[in-house]
Write a protein that binds this ligand. Structure first.
Ligand SMILES: *Cc1c(COP(=O)(O)O)cnc(C)c1O
Length: 360
């Protein structure tokens, strides 16, 4: 049976070749007779997987030498808490936030438990359908960091301007577009991402952090939330998510073989253009985001005939085009075009949208 095209926002589709390799490793890792799921995280075999995974990401994103790469549990959401615990001063700590959607608001709410949060830009008054220009923002020079959600998974917007000029560390939640387009790691103090969108499977977050920011957690910080502990223990203070690290390693090798982030970016531009061009010319469907704010990885749209929504999703599913429903807070449709979605998937989707439109 042909695999359906899965446009889910996350957990998301994975490259077929990676799934095949993983199914081998799931049963018998490289002829050793045991599964990746069964291996000791203190073994040399796991250490090799860990080192390769880390090196894979360092190479793909050109992560500078003075940055550490951590593989942590708790998803992107735990980073909402870990960032303030580790980066905010214990006395009079504060952070500036750009709030461009639900995830950014959740991150801000968590930071507010530990210090003062100042919202310096927001897209709320536009229902988060446009990403504010950040270039000219006045960032508080005394804040401990500036937090930006660089791609908004639910609304389909992305940061498109240059970063503001500031000497304080910039923290990015890049969960839904990491590895989909170039990101200059050296401009950030911390970049974090849940793995289940563009890196691998649920159960892990990747954190790239400048070394000078490590080891400064406030003293009441629980041990497992301290970047310093994870950095010192090579992300294995306790049992790490072994299979998730292994999966990320396979995805990184797959991405490298395709030509790395710049090649994937080209492909993602082509995929997104195909869909946005269709939506812009459609008489039935209309995109929710205009101009440079448009995300390459999450495309949101609606249709003029909401009464046909159930039929739309039913027919799409029957055609092997899965998970086109928008996030429950936005409604309509959302199509996630992460790296593992081939161009053929978008072509099949657009063909279906055209047919559906012609019938109405
Ligand atoms: C999915 C997502 C999250 C939440 O990720 P979890 O791994 O489920 O905690 C946070 N931020 C962004 C931008 C996301 O897309």
């Amino acid at each position: 049976m042909a695999r359906p095209y899965n446009f889910c926002g996350g957990p998301a589709t994975l490259p077929e070749s990676v799934l095949k390799q993983a199914s081998q490793g799931l049963f018998d890792y490289q002829g050793r007779g045991y599964s990746v799921l069964e291996m000791s995280h203190r073994s040399g075999v796991y250490d090799e997987i860990y080192q390769e995974t880390k090196a894979g990401l360092r190479s793909l994103m050109a992560v500078p030498d003075d940055y550490d790469i951590l593989f942590l549990q708790g998803g992107a959401t735990l980073q909402f808490s870990m960032v303030p615990l580790n980066l905010m001063k214990p006395e009079n700590g504060s952070a500036d936030f750009v709030t461009t959607g639900v995830w950014a608001e959740k991150a801000a709410a968590e930071a507010r438990r530990f210090g003062t949060v100042r919202e310096i830009a927001s897209s709320k008054d536009q229902n988060h359908t446009a990403f504010p220009n950040l270039e000219t923002l006045a960032v508080n020079p005394n804040a401990d960091y500036l937090h930006i959600t660089t791609n908004n998974t639910i609304y389909g917007t992305r940061m498109h301007s240059a970063l503001p000029t500031t000497a304080i560390p910039i923290v990015a939640d890049a969960s839904s577009h990491i590895l989909a387009e170039p990101l200059d790691v050296s401009r950030y103090g911390v970049i974090y991402a849940g793995a289940q969108k563009n890196i691998g499977i649920a159960g892990m977050a990747v954190v790239m952090i400048k070394q000078e920011l490590i080891g400064k957690a406030r003293k009441e910080t629980p041990v497992l939330l301290d970047y310093g502990i994870h950095a010192a223990k090579k992300s294995a203070y306790n049992t790490p998510p072994v299979f998730a690290v292994y999966m990320a390693g396979l995805v990184f090798k797959w991405a490298q073989a395709l030509g790395g982030v710049s090649a994937l970016h080209e492909l993602n531009l082509a995929k997104a253009k195909l869909l946005y061009d269709f939506l812009d010319g459609s008489s039935l469907f209309f995109p929710l985001v205009q101009g440079p704010s448009r995300s390459l990885t999450n495309v949101t749209f609606r249709m003029h005939r909401e009464d046909r929504a159930d039929a739309f999703h039913e027919e799409a599913t029957a055609r092997g085009l899965l998970n086109l429903k928008g996030h429950r807070s936005v409604g309509g449709m959302r199509v996630s075009l992460y790296n593992a979605m081939p161009l053929e998937g978008v072509q099949a989707l657009v063909a279906f949208l055209k047919e559906f439109e012609a019938k109405i």
